[in-house]
Design a protein around this ligand. Structure first.
Ligand code: SF4
Ligand code: F3S
Length: 266
């Protein structure tokens, strides 16, 4: 029987720390391996692919040609708009390569806060004039999957949705899938009863902290941060920052780093 070709996916990395891809490899349901062997054809990813150099570029170009207008593009990292030499690969600047690959894509998934909102590369003084994907790709649907890094199953869940149904999931005003970013951390936090009773830890080692009280006065940004950490958790549902005793720093929100209030109450 003829085999239906799995949808082509092209993963491009720019100004990033590879933490988003590290996170993606830890997804437990669906796993990245399941997606690669059953759901998608990962035709380019400079960290995971076996090919290198000319062969890698040839594989990307062949996949783009064969699937023009249909492939899914994934981007991690911000784009250095003000420095043409930075992030150059195969003789192409980051700006040129994202524009070239996006041209034939059906949609673009910006993985991580750097791709979604500029993230740490865009933090003051932003020496490379780092820019978010949606400011550069303006004629294709863009899905933002922010987080520093994003939760593994939130990345694979978003990819699985698009690859299975062939359409975008419902998005919020920042282009984030509502299924994962529809609630704040605070909405679902297990420490919420302490917040409601006004029981706050004042230092990281006081009695309130030892009793598991709310971390709001230690700077927790859970009330203004939309993400699924309090429900899906991390490491196959084991825990999340607040459960390990540290407030949320708002890593899935724009400008979380530059606000300068990581340890100050809102
Ligand atoms: Fe809200 Fe943070 Fe307190 Fe949890 S720890 S209840 S998210 S302020
Ligand atoms: Fe980030 Fe806050 Fe979750 S810091 S990992 S959004 S709990």
């Amino acid at each position: 029987l003829p085999q239906k070709r799995r949808p082509s996916v092209i993963y491009m990395s720019y100004q990033e720390c590879t933490g988003c891809l590290e996170s993606l490899t830890r997804s437990f349901t669906p796993t990245l391996e399941y997606l690669m062997f059953n759901v998608m054809s990962l035709d380019y990813d400079d960290t995971l692919q076996a090919a290198a150099g000319f062969q890698a570029e040839a594989a990307r170009e062949a996949a783009m040609k064969a699937n023009w207008g249909k492939y899914l593009m994934i981007v991690d990292g911000a784009i250095p708009d003000g420095n043409n030499g930075y992030c150059t690969a195969a003789g192409k600047s980051a700006l040129q390569s994202i524009q070239d690959v996006a041209k034939g894509a059906a949609a673009v998934v910006a993985v991580g806060t750097c791709a979604s909102f500029g993230g740490l590369p865009m933090a003051n003084p932003n020496p490379t004039r780092a820019t978010m994907v949606s400011d550069i790709v303006t004629d294709k649907p863009v899905i933002n999957v922010p987080g520093c890094p994003p939760i593994p199953v939130v990345i694979t869940g978003t990819l699985a949705h698009f690859l299975t149904f062939g359409r975008l999931p419902d998005l919020d005003h920042l282009k984030r899938p509502i299924a994962f970013y529809g609630n704040t951390i605070h909405d679902r936090c297990y420490r919420r009863p302490f917040y409601d009773r006004g029981e706050f830890a004042k230092t990281f080692d006081d009695e309130g902290a030892r009793n598991g009280w709310c971390l709001y006065e230690l700077g927790c940004k859970g009330p203004t941060t939309y993400n699924a950490c309090a429900t899906t958790k991390w490491n196959a549902g084991t825990s999340f920052p607040i459960e390990s005793g540290h407030g949320c720093i708002g890593c899935s929100e724009p400008n979380f780093w530059d606000r300068g209030d990581l340890y100050k109450p809102l």
